[in-house]
Design a protein around this ligand. Structure first.
Ligand SMILES: [Zn+2]
Length: 130
């Protein structure tokens, strides 16, 4: 599972940081996750929980902050993609990702724009007890 290997890497980094600060306990970890990162936050939290057992991070809460994608266009526009239209929302089977891909037209000029952000997966903060 994709989320499992990501959780492994996150735990690895978190434990290294905790060791550096001689932490006794890791209370929580906050992640920033782009909506285009193809990662399920619930599965990620579940894997992290399982992997963290019997480590400093056992019982630590994994908080995930979702980040909406942003785009850049030749016309100079840079910012969020436009929200899917009401007609689009009727298609309940459509995944969130597909909605975003279909909404990558520039809201200013209507041309296709480049994805500038939304694929990131970063550790934002680690809350430790020393
Ligand atoms: Zn544009």
């Amino acid at each position: 599972m994709h989320e499992y290997s990501i959780a492994c890497e996150i735990l690895d980094q978190v434990l290294k940081t905790a060791k550096l600060h001689e932490a006794k306990e890791i209370k929580s970890v906050t992640l920033e996750l782009g909506q285009l990162a193809h990662t399920n936050p619930d599965q990620l939290a579940f894997c992290f929980d399982v992997l963290a057992k019997e480590s400093l991070a056992e019982g630590a809460e994994l908080k995930v902050e979702m980040k909406a994608p942003t785009i850049e266009c030749d016309c100079g526009y840079s910012g969020p993609v436009k929200k899917p239209s009401a007609a689009c929302a009727e298609e309940k089977l459509q995944s969130e990702l597909l909605e975003y891909i279909s909404a990558l037209a520039c809201p200013k000029c209507g041309k296709n724009a480049r994805i500038a952000g939304g694929r990131e997966l970063l550790i934002k903060t680690i809350d430790i007890e020393i």
